[in-house]
Design a protein around this ligand. Structure first.
Ligand SMILES: Cc1cc2nc3c(=O)[nH]c(=O)nc-3n(C[C@H](O)[C@H](O)[C@H](O)COP(=O)(O)OP(=O)(O)OC[C@H]3O[C@@H](n4cnc5c(N)ncnc54)[C@H](O)[C@@H]3O)c2cc1C
Length: 284
């Protein structure tokens, strides 16, 4: 049960409280931590440390990077004029997939990463965009790590900055399936492809809903790199689907059978491939 609630005003103070009270948890928008199911995994939490007044808000563009601070809400991403152009506009698409606006007004991007839900809408796109995180494990220990490295770690530290490099000719598609428009995705796919003259120069494929955390499917990325898409997309898409089905191992659960999730994932990856191909001017 929560017995204490701190509202520190500096990152150093927040980290000192956390060091003194390891069982306290950071809280941002509270949409996850206050949700009904959450205490199951967090029964040991007896205090909360708010990040609301740590100054971790705002979005800015630097010469080569986009910087997003973790207390930025998902609605602020959608409303930001800094994210109007490709590929950063896809962050808006990802955020708008989180239903509904009441949740988006409170839910933060840092909270979404740290909550690390299997079908998170923000983690796949951040992985596809090679986002890196600045995290503090203690007052004087700061790390830079990829989103993938961060979600694989058992210990989750304070996220203080998200950096996304700008990539030219990098096209992104997000495809997802939900049972109702207001629901979390059952499966979501984010495919990013760098195209040059119809050839795939680089690829990122991230999938949510097929494992306990979102995954990057590097085998498929390797499979895509170097391929010439012009005029060959139809035959290529089928091969991609067969290859993907060998790479993922979803489980049967209340949200769907494993075979159904595999079928969906295959179909959504093909849909995403056609979308990025269209954005990149590929001739079908
Ligand atoms: C009704 C409902 C619908 C939802 N729909 C979706 C959906 O469609 N898609 C989706 O992806 N998610 C969805 N969510 C999940 C949730 O809203 C998001 O994961 C949200 O972004 C969490 O952000 P928050 O700021 O509210 O996190 P909080 O609840 O404040 O915190 C969540 C976790 O993150 C940690 N944390 C927060 N900020 C930081 C930080 N800066 N550094 C380190 N740790 C931190 C907290 O300690 C806690 O463990 C939904 C939730 C609800 C209740």
């Amino acid at each position: 049960m929560i017995q204490e609630y701190y509202i520190p005003t500096t990152v150093a103070d927040a980290l000192r409280i956390k060091a003194d009270q390891p069982h306290y948890s950071f809280i941002a928008g509270g949409t996850e931590i206050n949700a009904r199911g959450y205490p199951k995994t967090a029964q040991h939490i007896s205090g909360l440390i708010s990040i609301a007044r740590l100054g971790l808000t705002g979005i800015k563009k630097e010469e080569k990077n986009l910087i997003i601070y973790p207390a930025v809400t998902l609605q602020e991403l959608i409303d930001s004029p800094l994210l109007n152009e490709e590929p950063f506009n896809m962050l808006k698409t990802a955020a708008s997939n989180v239903k509904n606006r009441h949740i988006r007004n409170m839910a933060t991007i840092g909270g979404n990463i740290a909550a690390c839900k299997s079908c998170s809408d923000m983690i796949p796109i951040l992985m596809a965009m090679d986002a890196t995180l600045e995290v503090y494990s203690s007052e004087d220990v700061k790390h830079e790590e990829s989103v993938l490295e961060h979600i694989r770690k058992k210990e989750k530290y304070l996220i203080t900055k998200i950096t996304i490099p700008f990539r030219k000719d990098f096209h992104i598609a997000i495809c997802r399936y939900t049972r109702t428009s207001n629901d979390l995705a059952l499966i979501n796919v984010c495919l990013g492809i760098e195209l040059e003259g119809g050839i795939c120069k680089d690829a990122r494929l991230a999938l949510g809903g097929v494992a306990a955390t979102p995954l990057r499917i590097m085998e498929i990325e390797k499979f895509l790199i170097g391929e010439e898409f012009n005029g060959k997309l139809h035959q290529y898409a089928q091969k991609l689907r067969e290859h993907l089905e060998k790479q993922i191992h979803p489980i049967d659960d209340i949200r769907g059978k494993a075979w159904f999730k595999k079928e969906l994932a295959g179909g959504l990856v093909i849909q995403a491939l056609y979308e990025v191909a269209q954005k990149g001017g590929i001739i079908l």
